[in-house]
Design a protein around this ligand. Structure first.
Ligand code: SAH
Ligand code: SF4
Ligand code: F3S
Length: 470
């Protein structure tokens, strides 16, 4: 029975692709991490082959897809509100299809259909290849859901439709899922098991981007340091006839694509970050001197409860290794305040760690309990919201001091900047980033988007370096 249905679906989709003259319009919006933005490009590519062209105009769309995030309660709240805002459009156009993709789809499954009467389609992060079939079901008048997670899916050979129109900087997913089970985190439940994508397809994608004029690629994964191809967790080769690749080797392969193609990567996990990775960053000029190394907390007690697999000392030791090997490497982090049982003493350990490291940037959050996570099952979410928030404010204030200190030390320096686009504040200025991922703004003069320019820094704010081309 299943086979017959599949055949009918296949025939239909072949007919569809032949008849794709009647092009439809897809409007896709992404929330959450860069992986979601990258996935939306895969979705756009799958649907492009089925007659959908992307649009930035909501009003003309036949299909609206929200690629959603579940990391904190607030992220889901934002999506719910966004869905409600489509009510009017749905009324005007009863044929309009609204779908929810990504982590919230995976977490909430069918219940999304009931909660928001607006949703016609729910598709989890490993089921995007099924979108054309699911859409057909919706067009036939049914609601449609596929939230199966996969152990293999990496969308390896799908060539993403780039949704950012600047053509300077592109994302490449190198792995999916996460096996770490940090106790606060919903990702292992929404993204499934960790799996790596073949190095050949990754390098091919980087080459393709470069040939299209891109000057920067960012290799993406929840924990890029545990990237491994053809080698299991015990270090054993899986297929004896194929060579193995681990993360630092992949970085080298991508660095070889072109000298003027910048290579970035995110996210590194402190427990897995090896000195080999740091040495490879140092060895290649085009691998950027920038490491995002989320610490979460400075208290070893809290880190243990978070199941992060390292202590404060271990983390500081990794920082020491980075600074010894690459003295001018920028380091950023993620911090959570108010995790279960966090005392004033624990919190002060976080401030102490920040003072020791002086991060270049931080992404800071207060703890938001997520259903099904280890923390939700094992610990009480016992820190009052006001305390979570006041601790967060302290962390933000301290980071601001460090950012200004770091930025001020750049004044007078000349740095190579990749021009990314017109500055949001002035049409006469461009904005770009230096090797260390600092945002730099400068008068356009005769420079062009997608080229490298040397900028002398004259002043700064806590978030931006401001200078002139020299
Ligand atoms: N894979 C990355 C992080 C992905 S999520 C890593 O391991 O570092 C991005 C950030 O969101 C996390 O680093 C963490 O700081 C934050 N975060 C995750 N779950 C959270 C929660 N339940 N409440 C608050 N912040 C959370
Ligand atoms: Fe979440 Fe931890 Fe995996 Fe990061 S490493 S995605 S924080 S479980
Ligand atoms: Fe959010 Fe899912 Fe990314 S929960 S942070 S979109 S992996």
């Amino acid at each position: 029975m299943d086979e017959i249905i599949l055949e009918k679906r296949q025939v239909n989709s072949i007919l569809k692709s032949n008849l794709s003259l009647n092009t439809k319009k897809l409007y896709i919006e992404s929330y959450g991490c860069q992986m979601n933005f990258s996935d939306s490009e895969i979705v756009a590519s799958i649907l492009d082959k089925n007659g959908y062209k992307t649009t930035r105009n909501l009003e003309e769309s036949d299909l609206i897809l929200l690629n959603t995030c579940s990391i904190r309660e607030k992220a889901e709240f934002t999506v719910r509100n966004r869905l409600k805002s489509f009510k009017k459009l749905k009324k005007q156009n009863p044929k309009l299809i609204v779908g929810v993709l990504g982590c919230m789809a995976e977490r909430m499954k069918e219940s999304l259909l009931e909660e928001e009467k607006l949703v016609d389609l729910v598709v989890g992060p490993d089921a995007y290849r099924d979108l054309p079939n699911l859409l057909e079901e919706v067009e036939g008048g049914q609601k449609s859901v596929n939230v199966l997670l996969s152990r293999e899916e990496t969308y390896a050979e799908i060539s993403p439709v780039r949704l950012d129109n600047k053509g300077v900087s592109g994302f490449i997913s190198i792995m999916r899922g996460c096996d770490n089970m940090c106790s606060f985190c919903v990702v292992p439940f929404t993204r499934g098991r960790e799996r790596s994508r073949s190095p050949l397809t990754i390098v091919a994608e980087a080459r393709e981007l470069y040939s299209q004029g891109y000057k920067e690629v960012t290799l993406l994964g929840q924990n890029v340091d545990s990237y491994r191809w053809n080698i299991n967790k015990k270090g054993e080769k899986i297929d004896p006839n194929t060579s193995t690749t681990i993360f630092y080797e992949l970085l080298e392969k991508v660095a070889h694509v072109a000298n003027d193609l910048r290579v970035r990567f995110s996210t590194s996990h402190p427990k897995d970050m090896t000195n080999e990775v740091i040495h490879v960053i140092k060895k290649y000029k085009n691998i950027c001197n920038y490491i995002h190394l989320p610490v979460q907390s400075g208290s070893s007690n809290i880190l243990k409860k978070m199941n992060r697999g390292y202590t404060k000392e271990w983390y500081l030791n990794r920082i020491k290794a980075i600074r010894e090997i690459i003295p001018d490497c920028a380091i950023s982090t993620d911090i959570i305040t108010g995790f279960c049982g966090e005392t004033d003493k624990d919190f002060n350990e976080t401030l102490d760690l920040m003072n020791k490291v002086k991060f270049d940037f931080s992404y800071m959050f207060f703890y938001s309990e997520r259903p099904k996570t280890l923390a939700e099952r094992k610990f009480t979410d016992d820190i009052p919201t006001e305390i979570k928030k006041s601790r967060l404010q302290k962390v933000i204030d301290l980071q601001k001091i460090h950012s200004i200190e770091n930025n001020e030390s750049s004044i007078g320096k000349i740095m190579e900047v990749l021009v990314e686009g017109t500055s949001k504040k002035s049409p006469l200025e461009y904005s770009g980033r230096n090797d260390e991922n600092y945002k730099v703004v400068f008068p356009k003069e005769n420079s062009k988007i997608g080229t490298y320019v040397n900028v002398k820094i004259e002043r700064c704010t806590s978030a931006t370096l401001i200078g002139k081309i020299v």
